[in-house]
Design a protein around this ligand. Structure first.
Ligand code: FUB
Length: 462
């Protein structure tokens, strides 16, 4: 994927350069290193955790083997946490890591997902459980929680503590979860799909309402919302509201029209730091489409009556709501935008960026340098000859604040720390780490950090 992306991105840059226009640096879609789909955001301890599916490169179907996780404190710079759960987590499942949702209760994180039950060949809902939002998640039950061949679980915990699991395509089901979150009371029940509740669809006798799949159920100011993928195909995002968790539902209209080169869409909504955010997916990356999707986000405000305004896909994305501190250690895989970069598991258990070639870069947005940085350090490894990290401001070709030389270290996971002097990095800046060197893969980066004060040369382990 990175090669296709790099070629298409460099073609776009060349075309823009030819007409004398600098490329606008968009921050949607959120992830550029792989294709992601089916966003499910969760706010926890001052961060937004964004759980996604992973569309395999070149897919011609929903070929999805694992889920991925990203998190952000500012809605713009997203840290890659890798894959905390996959189809292999569920010994009874064979394939299809499709759209799920994570909820937090009793100090645990429960991840409800649809996967194919190998024994029956049908879609079933499994539950992963973890002690932290980043996992690792394990199979909570060793078997499906519920199975009826339908998909896309969403879980909502009401103020009285009663939790509900909703899911379904073509039907919309619910069941009351017990407080352990891994068992239920009563049986799976269909929510009546009436045109008053879910809008009228024409041209499909089997599906008289707009409801298609992907419910996202929550409560705000006493009103219950069900935001869902409507009509097929292409899908748009619509919503219904109700006075209670089980209805009666009233269709309220379009949240996001069909746009963006993917015939599916999938909604996830959270409030964070005083703002409301709508997550969705499209096919906006080069090479993107209906089976190679990308997760994106828009900020929005509810209307005074609680209705959701119509939201349009943008390339700009959500505004940054906090600056990033360069004087604390930052993971190299904290990214607002990147070109040619991939991520992988690092030997310390976290992630590193890798497969870096000459000219690849990472943008980190809104970096608060204050009165000025004087040095930069990075944890690097290289089984090749290394290269250089250029620290540039404002754009990949902007002011050069410093250059760190990266040596070969004898292995892609043989880590050492390099440092170099920095000048002219003051105030709030978009920082670009641009990787340069010879041909082939250059080096990996695990983390980086700036310092103020006198520069002391440092190369070695710490
Ligand atoms: O990603 C696979 C399926 O496509 C999801 O389960 C649906 O919601 C649709 O996005």
């Amino acid at each position: 994927m990175r090669r296709t992306l790099a070629i298409l991105l460099s073609l776009a840059v060349t075309m823009l350069a030819a007409v004398g226009t600098a490329p606008a640096r968009a921050d949607n879609p959120i992830v550029q290193t792989i294709h992601t789909a089916d966003p499910a955001p969760l706010v926890h301890n001052g961060r937004v955790y964004l759980y996604t599916g992973h569309d395999e490169d070149g897919s011609t179907w929903f070929t999805m083997k694992e889920w991925r996780l990203y998190s952000s404190a500012d809605m713009v710079n997203w840290t890659d946490h890798g894959s905390p759960m996959s189809v292999a987590t569920f010994s009874w499942a064979s394939k299809d890591a499709w759209a799920g949702q994570v909820v937090h209760r009793n100090g645990k994180f429960f991840w409800y997902v649809p996967v194919v039950n190998r024994a029956t060949g049908r879609m079933a809902i499994g539950v992963g459980v973890a002690n932290s939002p980043a996992g690792p998640f394990s199979d909570a039950l060793g078997r499906p929680l519920v199975e009826n061949g339908e998909i896309d679980p969403s879980v909502f915990i009401d103020d009285d503590g009663q939790a509900y699991l909703y899911w379904g395509n073509p039907n919309l089901w619910y069941v009351r979860l017990n407080s352990d979150m891994i068992s239920y009371s009563g049986s799976a029940t269909k929510i009546a799909l009436t045109t008053a509740g879910f809008g009228a669809r024409t041209g499909d006798a089997n599906r008289p309402t707009l409801y298609e799949e992907g419910p996202w159920v929550y409560k705000r100011n006493g009103l219950y919302y069900n935001v869902f993928a409507a009509k097929c195909c292409s899908e748009f995002i619509a919503y219904s509201t109700a006075p209670g968790p089980l209805g009666p539902w009233t269709y309220r209209g379009t949240v996001m029209p069909a746009q963006g080169s993917s015939f599916t869409n999938h909604a996830g909504i959270v409030d964070f730091n005083g703002g409301s955010y709508f997550f969705y997916h499209n096919g906006a990356l080069p090479g993107g489409g209906g089976f190679t999707r990308s997760v994106a986000v828009e900020k929005f405000s509810y209307n005074a009556d609680g209705s959701i305004p119509q939201i349009t896909m943008t390339t700009g994305g959500a505004p940054q709501n906090a600056t990033l501190n360069p004087y604390t250690r930052q993971e190299a895989e904290t990214i607002a935008w990147s070109s040619g970069v991939e991520t992988e598991r690092a030997s310390d258990g976290g992630m590193n960026v890798g497969f870096l070639e000459n000219g690849d870069y990472i943008k980190v947005k809104g970096v608060a340098f204050g009165s000025g940085a004087t040095s930069f350090s990075a944890r690097i490894a290289s089984a090749a000859a290394g290269g250089r990290i250029e620290l540039r401001l404002g754009s990949p070709t902007g002011t050069l604040a410093g250059t760190c030389t990266v040596p070969g270290t004898g292995g892609w996971q043989t880590w050492t720390t390099v440092s170099c002097p920095i000048s002219a990095a003051t105030g709030n800046q978009d920082l670009y780490l641009r990787f340069t060197g010879g041909s082939g893969y250059l080096f990996n980066v695990d983390w980086w950090q700036f310092a103020a004060g006198s520069f002391v040369t440092e190369t070695g382990n710490r």
